[in-house]
Design a protein around this ligand. Structure first.
Ligand code: ZN
Length: 155
């Protein structure tokens, strides 16, 4: 599923005022470069609070050996399933960023470098483990906390 960075999110056809980040696909060029460890540490935290959970899953088609099962990312000794949900980052400037959970894999394995404004938004916004963030995700998910109350993406 490819969407150019910073275009308006309209994947599900719903009205949602957010911007696409990290929707990569083979055949589309993407920006590469390094990102800080602090950024990755914080980004990792968002995978704990999924939004837009799908029954099926996407795999990474940039990998040379295509994965057939649910993709797993490993970071600092923790493992999380990805590919079947998204994350939201509410920036302090009012922009909301919509990224697939595979974004973490894209950065780690394929050197994807998200736009600076997204990196800034992640670094400047509340910690994903904060109650403030939890409440935002809960409101976004219309009070549905099945995925929030327990850590369901961790393996
Ligand atoms: Zn890959």
């Amino acid at each position: 599923m490819y969407f150019k960075d910073l275009t308006k999110y309209e994947y599900h056809g719903d009205l949602e005022d957010s911007l696409n980040i990290g929707w990569l696909e083979n055949g589309h060029l993407f920006n590469q470069g390094s990102v800080s460890e602090k950024f990755m540490d914080k980004l990792w935290g968002y995978l704990r609070y999924p939004v837009r959970i799908f029954r099926g899953f996407h795999t990474c088609d940039l990998c040379e050996k295509p994965n057939t099962g649910v993709p797993v990312v490993e970071y600092k000794g923790q493992k999380r399933k990805v590919g079947y949900y998204e994350m939201r980052v509410w920036g302090k400037d009012g922009n909301v960023y919509a990224a697939p959970s595979l974004i973490f894999h894209y950065i780690l394995q394929h050197g994807y470098q998200p736009p600076q404004e997204f990196i800034d938004a992640v670094m400047d916004s509340e910690n994903p483990d904060s109650d403030e963030y939890y409440q935002k995700v809960l409101a976004y998910s219309k009070g549905e906390d099945f995925w929030l109350a327990q850590d369901r993406t961790c393996i």
